[in-house]
Design a protein around this ligand. Structure first.
Ligand code: AMP
Length: 541
């Protein structure tokens, strides 16, 4: 039987270097090539200049007493200093803690405390928020936070000047004490519930993931990558920055935060060949009223990731943005991030209906969540990933780590997926949404899609509610079309009869006005389940 297991092969070996060593190699090979371009700030660095500036920042931080393994936080939108600090931290063996610029004081305080950050590099202000005031108000309560440096402020200048002309011997000595398996980065990820957890990634995991993502795009020192995606996330700092620096390509920063117009303006001005984005970024760029006025002929490839890409958008990106070799990637923070990616020459069907096939040197399998057994090709189950890309664990959370990485070192992603006979993968949904009724796995999306066919149903969410006999029972929460008569359990069962397996037919139908939503417009199934469980209890009593 052909099982849902795939192992990525390649003639190109994994890199056995620290991030600092790899940058020095690139600077040696491509010293005169552009490394970093800040379009709005009008600043640029060649690889020789960039590597020297990284040494300056690293020597300055070392001079402030940072030991191997100490945490350096960075809380800022995209800017050249972000990139300098990323590589400086790696060279001196510190662990960079990425902090989402959208965080506000309680989240910021949580991650600084949980990671025991010693030095924080912060924006002074961002999008009307006075970051400096926020940080200063927290400092008293964070004894481990010894030092804060604000970008664009005299504190940054002072730090930088402290490294100018410094003796680099101590930094060289530190670099010799580092191993590529050392942790280099903590990235906080929240999932749908609970406090954020700090995925801890090594030099080996992120250097190689960035390297292979760019390898699959065919990136070389002649490429110029426009990066409107955030650096605090793997998409920016791994697939972007490390993808570029492992190949001697240029990093082009179009703007601190995403802006469609600045992105296309940067592509045009810098003649970028590579452009990254989540699908909504590409949609916004294509929707600009003067889209056709931008000269985008330099583009060749790029990456779309994070959520599924509509076919029409993919077509337009390939034709109107000239990104014939654009690729789709799937991954998560805990896996550095990419596990599967489409190849440059895949047809449009694979680029829109799948998230690609397994990355080189990575293994992927799809298992039955109940038994843990690998499923045949085509069957739906939980996607698991193993290899260099899997995180070392959640920072200071061994229990939570053990919940997601098993004894055989597989990372259980929580994503429901299928693997086709050709090895390409489809992402179907999140496992937490799956319902187990009397031992049968039910995937809500399948039932939801079926119920959309009912003439009275405008929108539907299918969830599980606790049940004494079956463990869980299925409930459909429906919003009715205007003018539709009230819908009963019996009506829906009648509609499903003979067309759905009996166990997939909802036991309860609950008509609602609206669904609880997140600020980003996703339905909060957790909340919906809580409300539903209450509703069932009341109905029974
Ligand atoms: P994060 O850790 O923030 O990068 O989020 C990772 C999650 O995003 C994954 O577990 C998936 O649920 C989802 N995801 C990432 N890439 C894709 C993609 N190409 N298509 C669909 N979902 C994706």
């Amino acid at each position: 039987m052909n099982l849902s297991y795939a192992c990525g092969i390649s003639e190109v070996p994994l890199l056995g270097q620290t991030i600092g060593e790899n940058l020095e190699q690139t600077a040696m090979l491509h010293g005169g090539t552009d490394a970093l371009v800040d379009v709005q700030g009008g600043r640029r660095w060649t690889y020789a200049q960039f590597n020297a500036a990284v040494d300056t920042v690293a020597a300055a931080l070392l001079g402030r007493g940072l030991a191997k393994g100490d945490r350096i936080g960075i809380w800022s939108p995209n800017c050249p200093e972000w990139v300098l600090v990323q590589y400086a931290a790696a060279k001196l063996g510190a662990i960079l803690v990425n902090i989402n610029p959208a965080y506000r004081s309680s989240e910021l305080e949580f991650v600084l405390r949980q990671s025991q950050t010693r030095v924080l590099v912060s924006a002074a202000a961002n999008r009307g928020t006075d970051c400096k005031a926020m940080v200063e108000s927290l400092r008293g309560g964070l004894p481990e936070l010894e030092d804060v440096i604000y970008i664009g402020d005299p504190t940054w200048e002072k730090l930088y000047q402290g490294g100018v002309g410094a003796d680099l011997q101590p930094l060289r000595a530190r670099m010799r004490e580092l191993s590529f398996d050392d942790p280099v980065n903590i990235q906080y990820t929240s999932g749908t519930t609970g406090a954020p957890k700090g995925a801890t990634l090594s030099h080996h995991s992120i250097l190689n993931n960035g390297f292979f993502v760019a390898e699959l795009l065919g990136v070389t020192e002649r490429d110029r990558m426009c990066l409107p995606v955030p650096f605090y996330h793997c998409f920016g700092m791994v697939m972007g920055n490390l993808g570029a620096t492992t190949h001697g390509a240029a990093i082009v920063i179009p703007a601190p935060n995403f802006d469609a117009r600045s992105t296309l303006a940067a592509v045009q001005a810098e003649r970028c060949t590579v452009l990254y984005g989540v699908p909504t970024m590409f949609i916004a760029e294509l929707a600009l009223p003067d889209f056709t006025a931008f000269e985008l002929g330099s583009l060749r490839t790029g990456i779309m990731a994070g959520s599924p890409c509509p076919v029409d958008v993919m077509r337009r990106v390939m034709e109107q943005m000239h990104m014939r070799e654009v690729s789709i990637a799937y991954g998560m923070t805990e896996t550095s991030p990419v596990s599967t990616q489409t190849r440059r020459d895949d047809d449009i069907e694979r680029r829109t209906a799948t998230v690609g096939c397994v990355m080189p040197h990575v293994e992927v399998k799809i298992v039955d969540p109940a038994t843990g057994l690998t499923l045949p090709r085509g069957a739906m189950g939980e996607l698991c990933t193993r290899g260099y890309s899997v995180m070392r664990g959640y920072w200071r959370e061994p229990q939570k780590t053990a919940e997601v990485i098993d004894a055989a070192r597989w990372m259980h992603t929580g994503d429901l997926a299928t693997m086709r006979p050709d090895g390409y993968v489809n992402i179907v949904g999140r496992i937490k949404d799956m319902v187990i009724r009397g031992g049968e796995n039910i995937y809500p999306r399948e039932v939801e899609e079926f119920l959309y066919g009912h003439p009275d149903i405008l929108d539907v969410q299918v969830i599980g509610v606790p049940d004494e006999k079956y463990g869980e029972e299925l409930m459909a929460c429906v919003r009715l079309r205007e003018g539709a008569a009230a819908l009963t359990d019996a009506d829906v069962r009648e509609f499903c009869h003979e067309r759905l397996a009996h166990y997939k037919i909802p036991r309860y139908v609950r008509v609602v006005e609206s669904f609880p939503m997140t600020v980003t417009g996703k339905v909060r199934k957790v909340e919906l389940r809580e409300q539903a469980a209450e509703w069932v209890t009341q109905r029974k009593s």
